[in-house]
Design a protein around this ligand. Structure first.
Ligand code: HEM
Length: 492
């Protein structure tokens, strides 16, 4: 008995000594010890994970930036950067020179086959070559009639809802983006706009967002990985599987339709889909993985941007007035609104840019890892293997780079006001930068322009008082946004 107690005591002492050594190492000896940041966060990754799981990393980072500057150590092996130069150094360049993605934070789809979003290096470049023609300007132009059909359906819905009083416009924006993304890719809709309710798949998706953060946190503790995954509620595991299966089934039905159907997947299917992957063909499994990613990445983001921009316009009457005047004086009828004609409206473009700055749909950082031999980021040498990111929200809200950073001013993009002359606008990259930058950004711009133009051509929009503070949201990779309630009145 005595010897067992002594053994347990010795083991405990060893653990304590080891933890003490690690703390001293991280604080004073590690190559990252010269980076500023809170001491507790430098010795353990737990504060970082707890903050992320609570959904307020974006706010903590703003505080840290005030206290420590634009480069902050937020974990023993993780640096957060908040400067335009860091964005360029980390993400820009070619597939060979940009920093590689950090697999720890990207959850591989449940079939264990990489999608565009999670694939490393050459695999990513190969998949990107397959998908690039689908998202070119020409391809988008060919799909304009489909996009307009869904915009019209959305307008019809808004018109009906407007007659019955206040309603959640954010729900309808989501219906629109999910229906359209699915139609453009798979030639079949989710039928949310026609049925008048969010497809259960989408409702479940919004319910499972928090689990993505949880899984990423678990993956950072490889020793406990297996046990922690076992503790994950079965409901979340089932949800993930159902999500994946539904999008895979959509992809299978689309493959059956063949290449004759002209949608965004036609260029990909022209080469055929192989059972194994190859330079010339994507495999069926790869198409399954990408189907899921495209639906989520293409729909949630644009729906969020529409809601955010509508909110800020309602909260900023001067901007709303300028935009209404531009749109209503530019078109004799809604039929004149096209992607090309809407692209010619400078104030609308400024409103969208400002909306994506102040409320970026992807607001956190895109995780990367320092390459072999290490590299320089914004004047700091970062050793090989260091986890790092440049954080969208903290950069875009930094008074160092933007005058009146937390206020909505489309004028900063027009170059007409001296007070915004020093703004670092080239630092605003809501679609990312470099070889992994958003493949769907042309489509997103077209959707944002057409919906905002059509909506404000037809309706006056008023925010409901209960949504005055709608913007105060938690962030779990994507914003945990509440329903945005508005009143719409049809223009005479
Ligand atoms: C306002 C709307 C959107 C925003 C703000 C946005 C933002 C982003 C960002 C920041 C990335 C880079 C991720 C990284 O560097 O790791 C990205 C990648 C991606 N986006 Fe978007 N996105 C939007 C709309 C869309 C649309 C409409 C689609 C397609 C239908 C789409 C599909 C994708 C895909 C597939 C990737 C991965 C690209 C790759 O790794 O090569 N996104 N998006």
């Amino acid at each position: 008995m005595g010897s067992t107690t002594a053994l347990v005591g010795a083991a405990l002492l060893l653990v304590i000594l080891h933890r003490a050594y690690l703390a001293i190492y991280h604080l004073y000896l590690s190559p990252l010890s010269t980076f500023p940041g809170p001491k507790l966060w430098a010795v353990s990754s737990i504060p970082y994970h707890v903050t992320t799981i609570r959904g307020n990393m974006h706010l903590r980072l703003l505080e840290f930036n005030k206290r420590y500057g634009t480069t902050v150590r937020i974990s023993p092996n993780h640096i957060a950067f908040t400067s335009p130069q860091a964005f360029k150094d980390i993400y820009a360049g070619t597939a060979k020179t940009a920093f590689p993605i950090n697999p720890t934070y990207y959850n591989t789809p449940i079939n264990d086959v990489h999608s565009l979003l999670t694939a490393p290096g050459d695999n990513h470049a190969r998949q990107r070559r397959h998908f690039a023609p689908s998202f070119s300007k020409e391809s988008l132009h060919a799909q304009e009639p489909v996009i307009k059909r869904y915009v019209d359906q959305l307008m019809h819905r808004l018109s009906t809802e407007a007659q019955t009083g206040p309603f959640a416009i954010s729900d309808w924006f989501n219906c629109f983006t999910f229906d359209l993304t699915s139609e453009l890719l798979f030639s079949e809709s989710f039928d949310c706009l026609s049925s008048g309710r969010l497809h259960p798949w989408i409702a479940l998706l919004f319910g499972s967002v928090k689990s993505w953060v949880y899984i990423s946190a678990i993956k950072c503790f490889p020793a406990l990985d297996w046990a922690l995954m076992k503790m994950m509620p079965q409901r979340l595991v089932d949800m993930q599987r159902d999500h994946f299966n539904l999008s895979a089934a959509k992809a299978d039905r689309r493959i059956e339709l063949g290449e004759g159907t002209a949608d965004l997947l036609s260029p990909v299917l022209r080469d055929g889909v192989g059972e194994i992957r190859g330079e010339k063909k994507l495999s069926r499994d790869e198409l399954h993985s990408n189907a899921y990613i495209f639906i989520v990445a293409g729909s949630e983001t644009t729906g969020t941007a529409l809601a955010g921009i509508t909110y800020y316009l309602c909260k900023t009457p001067a901007s709303m007035t300028s935009l209404l005047s531009e749109i209503r004086s530019s078109f004799a009828s809604a039929a004149d609104i096209t992607i090309a004609s809407a692209t010619r409206l400078p104030y609308l473009t400024a409103v969208i840019r400002e909306g994506l700055r102040i409320y970026p749909p992807f607001a956190a950082g895109n995780h990367r890892v320092a390459p072999k031999g290490g590299d320089w980021v914004d004047g700091h040498f970062v050793p090989e293997g260091t986890h790092l990111y440049a954080y969208h929200y903290a950069l875009y809200h930094s008074p160092t780079y933007f005058a009146l950073a937390s206020e909505f001013h489309p004028e900063r993009w027009l170059g007409t006001e001296m007070r915004f002359a020093d703004d670092q606008l080239e630092g605003v990259r809501p679609f990312g930068l470099g070889p992994r930058m958003c493949i769907g950004q042309n489509l997103a711009w077209a959707e944002l322009r057409l919906v905002l133009c059509n909506m404000l051509f037809r309706f006056d929009v008023k925010l409901r008082p209960e949504c005055e503070a709608w913007i105060e949201q938690d962030l779990f990779y994507v914003w945990q946004k509440g329903r945005l309630m508005v009143e719409l009145s049809r223009r005479e």
